[in-house]
Design a protein around this ligand. Structure first.
Ligand code: SF4
Length: 233
């Protein structure tokens, strides 16, 4: 099923593919270019900034940031106000600027400018949860891990692969379901598939390549509190 999903979303310009050209194609076909490690810091910062933001926005933000500061030491020493200005359009810019500055400081001072390559060390960094850590392990270090974000969690439950309440449980359930060699391609395949086909609202089931294999366990959208208030009025 992953192959069919990948065929329908190939070339959709995902953030990590732009940051590390050819990385997704390489991951999909099981190749690994050791040069990818060189992009680990940029991949980490881009993934921290990508929380609740669109890929297109983050691609521009990272380009702008990298023109000014591009090493752990430079970002660690940059004035917070300047970082806030550079990452402003990524949303929650104050918090994100603090996180990338602190993370850069730790990488510079404790890891000699090298991004750590274990889940345990990565999740200790500010702004780095399991999803961000697993993305970096996949993309930059070619490690077997399943990065579960909102798209991976939603689609896995809709298709019927898993029945889980949160991303962490989905990660564990998918690890049991898929053989390790497939783990690396789950995130980027489902993220792009979720943005283009199996969208949060109004999934395009009639145009979906896995329509006849999917249980379509689609939950109705939650009513927002604002709307409920309006109805009461
Ligand atoms: S058939 Fe519909 S619910 Fe199932 S994966 Fe495709 S778009 Fe999503």
């Amino acid at each position: 099923m992953l192959n069919e999903m990948y065929a329908s979303i190939k070339g959709t310009g995902l953030l990590l593919e732009v940051i590390q050209p050819n990385s997704l194609t390489e991951l999909h076909f099981g190749k690994y270019d050791p040069e990818r490690k060189k992009f680990a810091f940029k991949t980490l910062i881009a993934t921290i900034l990508s929380a609740r933001s669109k890929d297109e926005t983050i691609i521009k933000v990272v380009e702008k940031l990298w023109k000014k500061y591009s090493t752990p030491e430079e970002i660690a020493d940059a004035p917070l106000e300047k970082l806030e200005e550079l990452v402003y359009s990524s949303g929650t810019y104050h918090q994100k600027a603090i996180r990338i500055k602190e993370t850069s400081k730790i990488i510079h001072e404790q890891f000699q400018d090298q991004v750590p390559d274990t889940l345990e060390e990565l999740i200790k960094l500010p702004g780095v949860g399991r999803k961000v850590a697993n993305c970096v392990l996949n993309i930059s270090f070619n490690k077997d891990a399943i990065a579960v974000d909102t798209h991976v969690h939603r689609i896995s439950n809709r298709i019927g692969w898993v029945t889980t309440k949160n991303p962490e449980k989905t990660e564990k359930a998918l690890e049991l379901l898929f053989p390790k060699p497939h783990w690396k391609r789950i995130n980027y395949t489902l993220v792009s598939f979720g943005k283009n086909i199996c969208k949060p609202k109004n999934p395009l089931c009639s145009n979906c390549t896995i329509n006849n294999q999917c249980l379509k366990l689609i939950k109705p959208p939650k009513k927002s509190k604002k709307k409920t208030k309006k109805l009461k009025n």
